[in-house]
Design a protein. Structure first.
Length: 260
């Protein structure tokens, strides 16, 4: 296994040098500023370090740099209002997004743009909205509407556990946890599984729903939520959310202290 943060950082920087890719450390964010083509990308190693510390696979560094190079060409693709969404992220980031709003004490929703091939998620900036000719309020509404469009196309599966129907969402959408924000959630999910709803979103691509009337069921999902959160490349939160017509609110969270 890899012994520490500096090992991953050193391997990453040495691989950049080997490929002749220039980089520096951005003073404001502390991230690596990597020069690719005619562009400059700010790169965070946090998820890479987390994954390598789990499995010791240093080949991830090579794949990660390959993805940086690939994303530089993707980022030159035209922007589209139809690919603006809200994405859920933990709010402990070092550099705040231009457009964000709190979902809970631990999680924010961020305005993002998803590339046409679904490989690159970019935080929307004021400059991007200007290029699209959109105001913040227009982008906000469009992002919710686009999530609703995704939700209308998902497949739904369920499993009966202690007479509770646990709902799973099937989709290729890369951050399906954000579908808790979809405006048609009651129509698509609630009409089949009950309303109000409970939900857990330990990872960007992990989402469970069940009817909120089954409050005792919360403890049945705790172990899975904590495990998924600790193993995730893009963890969000171990909170449990109640979703009603009025709002989404965190009603508690599973502790992770003492877990491997």
């Amino acid at each position: 296994m890899i012994s520490g943060r500096m090992d991953v950082l050193a391997v990453f920087e040495n691989e950049l040098r080997r490929r002749g890719i220039a980089f520096s450390i951005d003073k404001e964010s502390g991230r690596h500023a990597v020069e690719v083509g005619d562009g400059r990308l700010l790169v965070s190693l946090e998820n890479l370090q987390r994954d390598i510390h789990k499995d010791g696979d240093l080949s991830r560094v090579t794949s990660f740099i390959d993805s940086i190079i690939a994303s530089s060409s993707i980022s030159d693709a035209p922007l589209s209002a139809d690919r603006i969404y809200w994405c859920l992220e933990p709010n402990d980031y070092e550099v705040a997004a231009d457009f964000r709003a709190a979902l809970s004490d631990r999680v924010d929703r961020l305005l993002v743009h998803l590339s046409a091939d679904g490989r690159l998620v970019t935080w929307v900036t004021k400059g991007m909205l200007s290029s699209l000719g959109m105001s913040e309020s227009e982008a906000t509404a469009k992002a919710f509407a686009n999530l609703g469009q995704v939700l209308s196309q998902v497949t739904l599966e369920s499993r009966a556990i202690d007479d509770v129907q646990l709902c799973f969402v099937g989709t290729q959408f890369p951050f399906k946890a954000s579908l808790v924000l979809a405006p048609n959630l009651r129509e698509i999910i609630g009409s089949r599984f009950g309303w109000p709803l409970m939900a857990v979103i330990p990872d960007r691509n992990f989402l469970y729903f069940w009817a909120a009337k089954h409050t005792g069921f919360i403890n049945r999902v705790g172990r899975v939520v904590v495990r998924e959160y600790l193993q995730a490349s893009y963890p969000i939160s171990t909170e449990v959310y109640e979703i009603t017509d009025e709002k989404i609110r965190a009603i508690g969270e599973f502790p992770t202290e003492g877990k491997p």
